[in-house]
Design a protein around this ligand. Structure first.
Ligand SMILES: C[S@@+](CC[C@H](N)C(=O)[O-])C[C@H]1O[C@@H](n2cnc3c(N)ncnc32)[C@H](O)[C@@H]1O
Length: 309
């Protein structure tokens, strides 16, 4: 079938293409859609989670497979020269976000989750399976990706009253697709976490400050409010990472932003947004929680763990 983003131009006979060319075609069509310009990266990461045994095959799309395979040589070259790899940093961030969420659930502080910009991540599927009705897990993304995720979740045998996919726009202050409206639909007596993974560095500093303010206000109605996210800091962006970010920026037709030079600056931004206890965790310091990491990759990312009170 075609990508969810567009129908193909009439002169292209998609059915006459080889499977490999169909994948390339779908990837290109997805990349060209301006309303969802960063969404192709969700296909890439979705395929990465499957490659590393973290996902259900339903969440791996042909677009994801094409993009992943296209970047295998770059990943190998980076690993061979001792640089961080895409897989390495994606795994480090994903495992630490999982571990921090699991810890908050096990301590009884969180039993509701809103994952903003869920993409094709398997986290909701895995946590919903592990915790059943004790956890309410809301996956949220822009409309096209939310529809795709809903369809794939159903194909994976997931989805229930306690695990559903909704539409969100993280930049919206109000309205049905705002985080505030989604939070208002949850139980105000239960601790709640908001997660973003792979979202912040695509947005400029003002947009990120706006999102953080919206997240802290939305969490304010719950007895415990936790925000977990990945963030790339300026001090960790060495020349090779900046070149890579530049290439990624061309790919998604927007800039990759390193908003904060270091951890204190990022923590101050979170405090300004209303979080009381922001921590920026280094994956390489948490092997007790996540096991061994590929250090050159893990160093490129920090994980925000910010409680509201
Ligand atoms: C790099 S992908 C990350 C997907 C997933 N979190 C993961 O780590 O695999 C970025 C996601 O952000 C979503 N996104 C982009 N703009 C958004 C917005 N304004 N509100 C909510 N989600 C958005 C895209 O649709 C896409 O699914």
């Amino acid at each position: 079938m075609f990508s969810v983003y567009h129908s193909p131009p009439v002169r292209v006979s998609w059915h006459s293409l080889t499977p490999r060319k169909r994948n390339a075609y779908d990837a290109l069509v997805a990349i060209r859609s301006s309303s969802v310009r960063i969404s192709p990266t969700a296909h890439y990461t979705g395929y990465t989670w499957l490659q590393h045994g973290l996902s259900h095959p339903a969440f791996a799309t042909p677009t994801g497979r094409f993009l992943y395979q296209a970047l295998v040589p770059a990943n190998k070259a980076m690993a061979a020269t001792g640089q961080g790899t895409l897989d390495g940093f994606l795994l480090a961030r994903h495992h630490l976000i999982d571990a921090l969420l699991r810890r908050a659930i096990e301590r009884g502080q969180v039993s509701q989750v809103i994952e903003v910009a869920c993409g094709l991540s398997p986290r909701g599927y895995r946590f919903a399976k592990a915790h059943g009705d004790a956890l309410t897990y809301i996956e949220a993304d822009l409309p096209a990706m939310a529809a795709k995720k809903r369809e794939l979740l159903e194909r994976a045998g997931g989805g229930s009253a306690h695990h559903r996919v909704v539409e969100i726009d993280a930049t919206a202050d109000a309205g049905d697709t705002s985080v505030d409206a989604i939070a208002a639909g949850l139980d105000p007596a239960r601790g709640t976490a908001i997660i973003t993974e792979g979202l912040l560095n695509y947005f400029d500093a003002a947009s990120v400050a706006g999102m953080w303010g919206r997240f802290s206000r939305a969490l304010g109605r719950f007895p415990h409010g936790l925000y977990i996210a990945d963030l790339h800091l300026g001090e960790h962006a060495r020349p090779v990472e900046r070149v890579f970010a530049g290439l990624l920026g061309v790919f998604v037709r927007g800039r990759i932003h390193f908003h904060y030079p270091d951890e204190p600056a990022a923590a101050a931004g979170l405090t300004d947004a209303g979080f009381a206890r922001p921590a920026l965790r280094a994956p390489e310091d948490h092997v007790d929680l996540i096991g061994p990491v590929h250090a050159p990759s893990a160093r490129a990312v920090r994980i925000v763990e910010a409680w509201l009170r």
